[in-house]
Design a protein around this ligand. Structure first.
Ligand code: GSH
Length: 320
């Protein structure tokens, strides 16, 4: 109509999809588990490279004291532990699924068995080969944090035992793949594969031919190659300061109400998170807890308020 302002009708705007930001270092086997999940799903993600040992001044503000690697950040939400990170990635990007045939709990069980059974023995098997080349600062840090001596001489003393431990796990894995299936749960790759693969990836990458000669790799190699072929999706670097700014300019996503939590605690309580796998001093305010996760609120000048999420399996909330 003449004289009347004409309004263009715009299509309703889609909210922008927030970046998946992985805080990690290339050498980390647990991070490899997550990078491969990005590959399996063909996702684009941002990579924040963190030092292999502290100080980590640009990561600490995000994690409320959790120190393990990797962590996943989405806006002002931070997800700790690969058990929860894989679930969260699958919740946000469901296809192709990481947990085919309702295998989420099965993958969690396999993860506990595999990670606990192989991570330390596999790491020490590798350091019995390359331990002389590790920086003194790294060795000191890991003794203080894990009570473990990764020097070559100390690792060599434990080699006979660690070789048996990793070999036993690998034999079990070969048996699971023994009927010629392509992946652990059938034709499609899943979280179960990624969790059983990452420590073996670490051993081959760092221990090379010497490590391969110590362990029954041969029957597993075709399966390992299929997993490596998933790739890492599309990775683009992000500066640590930019990731902190992303958190500062976002609000944590809403959480549901909760009641009758197994912890006996209420929302708003000051809590510590105890991890079955370490003694990090993790503190915050309880924001939410359900069957799958515990969420604490943490605030700091460089991030504003963030929600830090932990899986329920392996983590407990207690009054601080
Ligand atoms: N249960 C954790 C374990 C993660 C873990 O132990 N990561 C290693 C690196 S691969 C770590 O944090 N090492 C000590 C460090 O980097 O400070 C998970 O599944 O994410």
């Amino acid at each position: 109509m003449p004289g009347q302002a004409r309004h263009k009708r715009r299509p309703p705007e889609e909210p922008p999809v927030p970046d998946l930001i992985l805080h990690h270092y290339d050498l980390s086997p647990f991070a490899e588990k997550v990078r491969l999940a990005f590959g399996l799903k063909g996702l684009a993600w941002r990579s924040v490279d963190i030092p292999v040992w502290p100080p980590r001044p640009d990561t600490v503000p995000l994690t409320a004291g959790y120190r393990r690697v990797p962590v996943l950040q989405v806006g002002a939400d931070v997800y700790c532990d690969t058990l929860l990170i894989l679930r969260e990635v699958d919740r946000r990007f469901s296809s192709p699924g990481l947990f085919p045939g309702g295998s989420r709990a099965l993958a969690a069980g396999l993860s506990s068995w595999w990670d606990v059974g192989t991570f330390l023995p596999a790491a020490k098997l590798v350091t019995s080969i390359i331990g002389d080349h590790l920086p003194e600062a790294f060795l000191e840090d890991r003794i203080a944090f894990m009570g473990e001596d990764f020097s070559r001489s100390a690792s060599l003393k434990e080699l006979p035992r660690n070789r048996q431990r990793v070999a036993a796990q690998m034999t079990a894995l070969s048996e699971m793949l023994g009927d010629g299936r392509r992946f652990l749960l059938g034709d499609a790759p899943s979280a179960a594969d990624l969790t059983a693969y990452h420590t073996l990836w670490f051993v081959r990458k760092n221990g090379g031919a010497e490590a391969e000669a110590l362990l029954p790799f041969a029957p597993l190699l075709p399966w390992m190659e299929r997993i490596a072929a998933l790739g890492h999706g599309t990775r683009a670097d992000m500066a640590p300061a930019e990731a902190l700014e992303v958190a500062r300019s976002a609000e944590p996503e809403p959480v549901g109400a909760f009641a009758d939590d197994a912890s006996g605690l209420e929302a708003g309580a000051a809590v510590s998170i105890l991890s079955d796998g370490g003694n990090d001093p993790i503190r915050g305010t309880l924001a939410h807890a359900d069957a799958d996760e515990i969420v604490i609120r943490h605030e700091g000048p460089r991030t504003g308020a963030v929600h830090v999420h932990f899986p329920r399996l392996g983590y407990s909330a207690v009054a601080a």
